[in-house]
Design a protein around this ligand. Structure first.
Ligand SMILES: C[S@@+](CC[C@H](N)C(=O)[O-])C[C@H]1O[C@@H](n2cnc3c(N)ncnc32)[C@H](O)[C@@H]1O
Length: 280
């Protein structure tokens, strides 16, 4: 293999990647390969890349060209203020989910020892963000998949968050008889036959993190119908969901004894989070 300089390698790699982010993605893959910071890359732009590093970079690049998500290839994704480990057992946290964190924090006093449950925690994105912003809160993070929960535990440890606890199990079975001031969840909500499941990053993400029944609402129905047994009176339930599911979820909340059900839109003016308060 002939030697090549860092700047040249990056240029060639960016030309092989599709999309507007090609240059940024090529940099991320090279940073990961070399285990260096971005500033180092530019200070050493004319350095030659060792053949072994070139080979490892080429493998990553090929996988990215095939469509493997960048976050899985580099094993990390930023969410809220946290840099999180991710792998093929976890959903890749989405920026839209930060809206759920914002809405949760707006209802969680900073000076109270509130109890919060994040069901279907994945990498821990929501639970750890809340725990980091509300040190007095106790956050219970659950997931049905053991390998997924293991990543969330590692992320909590990496960020030194000691107010998060973890349990594995199917929705409320993981919570036992415990009650919370707030339950948050970004559950699977895509309809099983939705063609988007065969596109983009979704092709590589764990199916239990994505699809939920014929209309995508199976998990949400289960979470709403069981909430009264795990919330204190006046407790909050906040759910992330698809752009067209807001009205159905508000109706489900009202039928289940929630008051003030409302849907909040994301930055692209699409319905994204629906929430309600259990009647006192
Ligand atoms: C859409 S992902 C959300 C992950 C993470 N909360 C986030 O926002 O990035 C849904 C998560 O729910 C979990 N899940 C699916 N079915 C579940 C069940 N029956 N009980 C508990 N968790 C479940 C999946 O493993 C996945 O981690």
């Amino acid at each position: 293999m002939s030697t090549v300089k860092i700047a040249e390698l990056l240029r060639e790699a960016a030309a092989r990647l599709p999309g507007e982010d090609a240059r940024h993605e090529a940099e991320q893959l090279l940073l990961h390969t070399l285990g260096v910071e971005r500033a180092w890359l530019f200070a050493h732009a004319t350095d030659e890349v060792a053949p072994a590093d070139q080979e490892r970079f080429e493998l990553l690049l090929q996988r990215r060209v095939e469509g493997h998500p960048l976050a899985y290839l580099v094993g990390r994704r930023g969410f809220w203020t946290l840099d999180l480990e991710v792998n093929v057992a976890t959903l890749i946290p989405r920026p839209e989910t930060e809206l759920l964190v914002e809405q949760a924090l707006a209802r969680l006093p900073a000076d109270d020892m509130v109890r919060v449950a994040d069901m279907g925690t994945g990498s821990g994105a929501i639970a750890l963000s809340i725990a980091s912003e509300r040190p007095l809160a106790t956050v219970m993070a659950t997931d049905v998949l053991g390998p997924t929960l293991a990543v969330a535990v590692k992320n909590a440890q990496a960020h030194g968050l000691e107010n998060v606890w973890f349990r594995r199990g199917h929705w409320y079975t993981a919570l036992g008889a415990d009650r919370f001031d707030m339950i948050v969840s970004n559950p699977p909500y895509i309809a099983a036959g939705d063609p988007h499941l065969q596109q983009g990053d979704l092709r590589f993400e764990p199916p239990p993190a994505l699809a939920s029944g014929a209309d995508g609402l199976d998990a949400i129905r289960e979470i709403i119908s069981g909430a009264h047994e795990h919330l204190v009176p006046g407790g909050w339930l906040l759910l992330e969901h698809g752009w067209d599911q807001g009205p159905a979820i508000r109706e489900l909340l009202e039928q289940a004894g929630f008051v003030g059900a409302q849907t909040v839109q994301d930055m692209e003016q699409r319905d994204r989070v629906t929430l309600g308060r259990l009647a006192v």
